[in-house]
Design a protein. Sequence first.
Length: 225
Amino acid sequence: MSYHIDTGLIKEKFAENSECPLCAIQKVAEEQFLHEFLNDAVMEDDTRIRVGKKGFCAKHFDMLFSRQNKLSVALQIGTRAGAISDLFLPVKGVGGAKKRAEQVEKSLSGCAVCDFLNESMVKYYKTVAQLFVREKSFLKTFMSCNGFCLHHYAELLRYSASAGFAAKEYVNALTSVQKRNFERVMAELKTFCDKHDYRNAHKPLGSAETALPRTRIKFYGEKPE
């Protein structure tokens, strides 16, 4: 399974008035992977092998199950069930039970959808850095965006070397954008808190009315649907 990195999607989401364009990009990529897992990908050998090895996390199982193609989900879960059948063999003593418990817990730690999504997002982080260098119009869009959630801010920093010779300039711009917008949201959050003082009851909330949910995005990213 492959995912084409759409530079148009990057430009579109960075131009929108969201608190984290990477969250918006991730949501689009995630939807495409879920669609593929329920359709063509179910017949691909490499995908079935990965599902057998990793399975799905609870979040992505629920997202797959909520869609129409239940048979595809059942077939892939059947593949995963066969791959973990050794977990139910007899164990010897307490020591064996503890070891088996660790194996069971480890079997729950993977997710084929998460793997594909994470691999795709790394390509997006790198492409953002490259667009920053290559396209002046994107540079302007980048500098005027609303910043990022903490997770995606960290990932953009992690892959900042993809900006090549302009990596230092990119990091400076990235930290500047994030600092400015984090302070903006925190100032609105303070206004929201101050509004609850009876002495400020007459003052309008304005954009501070949505400060708390936007603070949630800044700290933890977009809430899964």
